[in-house]
Write a protein that binds this ligand. Structure first.
Ligand SMILES: Nc1nc2c(c(=O)[nH]1)N[C@H]1C(S)=C(S)[C@@H](COP(=O)(O)OP(=O)(O)OC[C@H]3O[C@@H](n4cnc5c(=O)[nH]c(N)nc54)[C@H](O)[C@@H]3O)O[C@H]1N2
Ligand SMILES: Nc1nc2c(c(=O)[nH]1)N[C@H]1C(S)=C(S)[C@@H](COP(=O)(O)OP(=O)(O)OC[C@H]3O[C@@H](n4cnc5c(=O)[nH]c(N)nc54)[C@H](O)[C@@H]3O)O[C@H]1N2
Ligand SMILES: [Mo]
Length: 694
């Protein structure tokens, strides 16, 4: 039996409640929580939801452990020690909200733009994630440019395919070739991996493109271990080879693409030899990849965000997004590419976040880039005087920790953190407010990896005095003295507003349908781009983008070597000869779950991989505690000596809480705040370091 939790109604002792995993992951699983006498005893994947198929990752399978952890924040608190010390005393909600409202009011009276909301995807729900923006719009606060994760790739898709659209993940089972490009799906996209395995059983060939032999690359038929940040060159090399060998689908290209002739022209410089040189690969491996891709149908690419976290990441994603059109892969339901499925959802972002609430008597607010929060807190003009953090842990996840830390340590900065746990960021709060988890609040979710809307009903009452984000911002709005209706919508009204329910893709489903069934799949035709119909201005795949040209940018994609590479900065590379990438550790989700003891124990310590050749050159051995360092800072990690990584490449796993590492620093101690070519994103994997014995 499945029913929803509604407070105040007579409930059976043992119930099952429909939920959605709120975390920043393409899989957005449908959950079933078993509640016995008001306590969640089990969180499982919903067997009836096709994309979840009854399977959860090890992290979310432990959701009850996380929710009931002794370290949950259960009461509002006020800082007593110095910033960053993490010393607090309890206060009442009444005092805490009163103080927050008073401080924000007095700053806003001078300049509301001195206030900044900082939030990301701690929860991806419309209600607990997006509704709070109404408050900040009404306030006239600075806007936040949400670039920390996906904006380089999303911008690339926008200018190439017209939006975050692509294959239905469920069709990968029918592909005959699957290229897994910049994605460790075993760790970060488990349900896609299950489908790829099924395709493999049905005879598909799996190829991974990743600088190191990840758990995923290890299980593919082929693995091309290119140098980080050279994907655009590899794509050019493939394009040239496709042309030379006559594997281009000229009919598709002529009808449904723009600028192919110019693209092929640019690709002509990328001979196999030159491409191999740039990428650090063997020429015949590139030729073989081109042959597989050019001669197997249906061919599908699972592109992920790993490859876009470098200077040229946007251009590289643009080139890769263009590949399926060149071979006509979009003709097949099981062909094409998937980076993100977000663009298929009929959403109403303005109805959700209500920019119409912005004060009319003031200039439009400035925008602060979250990827350079360190610089912004130290140097923005006019200065940031207050920051309200929710659904995010910038101290741990933003690049160049030393500056982020210095920024949050400013005595004149008023900091509010709304959190479930006392994270690194929480330690810098003036007021720390306890938030509910997904088991305790209502929400509605889209997904960026599949095509279902998924509902989340609260399974239990809030733990301790915790309150949902939505409730906290409604109460703050009242204390600001505001009366605008949208600031006080209840959770159901907010969820209603997020979706265009009249869109045919929903087939007549309403919020009530979701609450009864748990999810709804969007009706998108099979092979939607078989005859073009891309959501670009031209309706075609735009190799040449008039929109980029109008912005004064290169209308065609190009290969841009990483900022921190021998090609771009030889002097720096002489001092710091090793590239470092910092992909997620399997047992963590960004910095979430690092504090769940069983998961942290499974992960062990902050670790890094170094090739035997590089280890020997530094007289380092397996198990050494090493220092990874550059001019920006350093961190300590336990060394794993392995040929799973390339010569010249350090793989350091993230994202630990600084305070839970040996030495007190995670990978972002050494990353920088320079931005990607498109989308103004963080270039986390564009980073030179040296490694020595700690
Ligand atoms: N377990 C777990 N799952 C997660 C997350 C997590 O932290 N933990 N994070 C979630 C989030 S926020 C996101 S955005 C998604 C997406 O997550 P992604 O960013 O796709 O991360 P990964 O799946 O680790 O894949 C990144 C892979 O790209 C490789 N890579 C690094 N640099 C390059 C490069 O220059 N070129 C190429 N070709 N590959 C490169 C890395 O070695 C790594 O194996 O995953 C989500 N899922
Ligand atoms: N070096 C390096 N840095 C990276 C990356 C990398 O690969 N390498 N990956 C980047 C990527 S892809 C991303 S997406 C970012 C992620 O950065 P963030 O979005 O900041 O993700 P998390 O670190 O998971 O922090 C989310 C926080 O939100 C809290 N939270 C969850 N639900 C709620 C809620 O309902 N209410 C409130 N108030 N809080 C809640 C959680 O407890 C958690 O502390 O990090 C980026 N940083
Ligand atoms: Mo992300």
């Amino acid at each position: 039996m499945i029913n929803s939790a509604v407070s105040g109604v007579d409930l059976p002792l043992r119930r099952k409640v429909l939920g959605a995993c709120p975390h920043d992951c393409p899989d957005t699983c449908a959950l079933v929580s078993t509640v016995v006498e008001g306590r969640v005893v089990r969180v499982a994947g919903n067997h009836e939801h096709p994309a979840t198929d009854g399977v959860l990752c090890t992290k979310v399978a432990r959701y009850a452990e996380r929710t009931y952890a002794a370290s949950r924040l259960l009461h509002p608190m006020r800082r007593v020690g110095p910033k960053g010390s993490g010393r607090f005393e309890p206060v009442t909600w009444d005092r805490a909200l009163g103080e927050v409202a008073e401080r924000l009011k007095s700053i806003a009276a001078r300049n509301p733009q001195a206030i900044l909301p900082y939030n990301y995807a701690g929860t991806m729900g419309f209600v607990q994630g997006e509704f709070p923006q109404r408050f900040f719009h009404r306030l006239g606060a600075s806007l936040l440019d949400k670039t920390i994760c996906a904006s380089a790739g999303a911008t690339a898709l926008l200018y190439t395919l017209g939006g975050s659209v692509g294959m239905d993940v469920e069709r990968f089972v029918d592909a005959k070739l699957i290229v897994i490009w910049g994605s460790n799906a075993v760790a970060s996209n488990l349900h896609f991996w299950a489908l790829a395995q099924e395709a493999k059983r049905r005879g598909a060939r799996l190829i991974a493109i990743d600088p190191y032999r990840s758990d995923t690359a290890q299980r593919c038929h082929e693995h091309l271990a290119l140098k980080p940040g050279t994907d655009a060159a590899l794509a050019f090399g493939l394009i040239r080879e496709l042309e030379c060998k006559g594997w281009i689908d000229h009919d598709y290209v002529e009808r449904y693409t723009l600028g192919a002739a110019e693209l092929l022209e640019r690709a002509r410089d990328y001979t196999l030899a030159r491409t191999a040189e740039i990428c650090g690969l063997e020429p015949d491996r590139i030729a073989a990849l081109a042959r597989d891709y050019g001669t197997t149908a249906p061919a599908a690419i699972r592109l992920n965000y790993g490859m876009q976290r470098v200077r040229g990441g946007g251009n590289a994603a643009r080139l890769i997004a263009g590949l399926p059109a060149l071979i006509g892969a979009w003709r097949h339901p099981a062909g094409g590419l998937l980076l993100s499925s977000s663009g298929h959802f009929p959403l109403r972002p303005q109805a959700l976040s209500r920019p119409d609430l912005l004060p009319r008597d003031q200039p439009a607010p400035r925008t602060i880039n979250m990827s350079t929060i360190g610089q912004a807190l130290l140097h923005a003009n006019p200065p940031i005087e207050a920051v309200v953090v929710y659904n995010a842990n910038p101290l741990a996840v933003a690049p160049h920790t030393a500056e982020v830390r210095e920024g949050f340590a400013r005595e004149d900065l008023f900091t509010v953190v709304i959190e479930q746990f006392q994270t690194d960021t929480a330690d810098y709060a003036d007021l720390l407010l306890p938030a509910t988890t997904q088991l305790e609040h209502f929400d509605l979710h889209k997904s960026y990896g599949h095509r279902y809307l998924v509902i989340n009903e609260p399974a239990i009452e809030p733990c301790g005095e915790s309150r949902s984000n939505a409730r906290i911002f409604r109460e703050l709005a009242a204390r600001m003295g505001w009366s605008d209706d949208p600031l006080f919508h209840d959770d159901l009204e907010v969820a209603e507003s997020a979706v265009d329910w009249s869109d045919p893709r929903l087939g007549g489903a309403r919020l009530a349908t979701l609450r009864a069934q748990g999810w709804v799949k969007l009706a998108v035709p099979d092979a939607p781009f078989a005859q073009g119909n891309f959501p670009t201005p031209s309706g075609k795949v735009e190799f040449h983008s008039a929109r980029l040209e109008a912005l004064g940018l290169d209308p065609l994609p190009n290969h841009l070597p990483p900022y921190e590479s021998a090609e771009h900065d030889p002097a720096l590379a002489a001092r710091y000869p090793l590239s470092m990438i910092s992909p997620p550790a399997r047992h963590f989700l960004n910095s979430s779950f690092v504090n769940v003891e069983s998961l942290r124990a499974a992960e062990g310590e902050q670790r890094c991989l170094l090739h035997p050749h590089d280890a020997a050159a530094r007289a380092l051995v397996e198990g050494d505690l090493v220092r990874i360092h550059n001019d920006r800072g350093s961190l300590q990690a336990r060394l794993v000596v392995s040929d799973r990584t390339r010569i010249g490449l350090v793989v350091a796993f993230g994202i630990w809480w600084h305070k839970l590492t040996r030495g007190g620093n995670n990978v972002n101690a050494v990353t920088h705040q320079r931005l990607t070519d498109l989308g103004r994103a963080a270039a986390f994997y564009d980073c030179l370091v040296e490694v020595s014995k700690a």
